[in-house]
Write a protein that binds this ligand. Structure first.
Ligand SMILES: *[C@@H]1O[C@H](CO)[C@@H](O)[C@H](O)[C@H]1NC(C)=O
Ligand SMILES: *[C@@H]1O[C@H](CO)[C@@H](O)[C@H](O)[C@H]1NC(C)=O
Length: 310
């Protein structure tokens, strides 16, 4: 039975691999595609509400972040809603979320809370993350908890680099549903997993790491994961929006396109992206204040493909 289980596992991973590759181009994939009829990548809409209109994005910084680290992330959030950055822009990346049922989700930076003294210690549970998230105002908001490099969080680096979820402002009456997200700084705990492609991966094909666009492997990795959970939050805020697969382990707007940053990407290779000649840094999106970011591909409902900026 052990070998049967093993085979099932391999088949499942192959199916998963195929389903996440919109255009399998390698010979192996084609052969497999002939054996296993490939489904087009479609995120099904489950008829629930999405987050549209003006949304306040509050940030809760848990643990030590330097001012320059905070400004990388604050500039990223502001870049998502900035019409005046040259293409390819972070704002145009975010605009793909408008195609999930018509209508823009406009993120406006709100309150920032600093919890520099680790009020709940250095090891957090999932429910402590949602407790922290509920400390910021929550009317038409997305509250994002950002944990510092020395903070352990349930599941961090095991199965995830960040999450999003929802809570109630008034848990007793289940009133005032609000969305929250969490992303951790992976630089010391799992850069190969949560700051790839800025760090050598733990498993799989080894390609040289890319130079991080803001010269901070951990925080540039957090930007990728923040981009991922924010897109998931607005397109599947309460578990009945857009996703593929089981609701408990959904593939969402960006997680359906894992590992793709530029054209020609394949597992282990991020794809062809832009490079700053002076620093060697890789990026694919311009932001405010001359910032550059490397943003993941997002599933485009109009074309049913993973769309990259470059
Ligand atoms: C969002 O806020 C802007 C600026 O305050 C306002 O002009 C716009 O009408 C608002 N949009 C919605 C959908 O409420
Ligand atoms: C954090 O702790 C230090 C040392 O105990 C203290 O001086 C500082 O005021 C605290 N900061 C906050 C925001 O509570």
């Amino acid at each position: 039975m052990a070998s049967l289980y093993y085979l099932t596992t391999i088949l499942t991973s192959l199916l998963l691999l195929l389903s996440t590759l919109p255009n399998p181009s390698s010979a192996t994939s084609r052969k497999l595609a002939a054996l296993v009829k490939q489904q087009p990548l479609v995120l099904k809409y489950h008829n629930g509400p999405l987050l549209k209109g003006n949304l306040t994005l509050n940030l809760l910084w848990y643990g030590h972040f330097s001012p320059s680290q905070r400004s990388i992330i604050v500039d990223f959030v502001q870049s998502l809603n900035s019409p005046n950055t040259p293409p390819p822009s972070a704002g145009s990346w975010w605009q793909t979320t408008e195609k999930y049922k018509a209508g823009a989700s406009t993120l406006v930076l709100g309150t920032q809370i600093l919890d520099e003294n680790y009020s709940l210690g250095k090891s957090l549970t999932t429910s402590q993350i949602s407790d922290l998230a509920s400390k910021a105002p929550h009317v038409n908001s997305i509250n994002v908890v950002l944990t510092a490099a020395d903070v352990a969080v349930d599941g961090f680096c095991m199965s995830r680099c960040g999450t999003h979820g929802s809570g109630f402002s008034n848990p007793k009456d289940k009133q005032g549903k609000f969305a929250y997200a969490w992303v951790g700084n992976p630089v010391s705990q799992c850069p190969g997993q949560c700051a790839w492609p800025f760090h050598q991966p733990i498993f799989g094909p080894q390609t040289p790491p890319l130079v991080a666009p803001n010269a901070d492997v951990g925080v540039d990795g957090m930007v990728i994961n923040l981009a991922t959970v924010l897109a998931g939050t607005v397109t599947n805020p309460f578990g009945d929006g857009y996703f593929q697969g089981p609701a408990t382990a959904p593939l969402e707007a960006v997680t359906a396109c894992t590992g793709i940053f530029g054209s020609g990407a394949y597992p282990g290779y991020a794809g062809s992206v832009l490079m700053d000649k002076a620093t060697g840094a890789s990026y694919n999106a311009n932001g405010v204040n001359g910032r550059r970011y490397l943003l993941p591909a997002m599933w485009d409902p109009q074309t049913s493909t993973c769309k990259t900026l470059v």
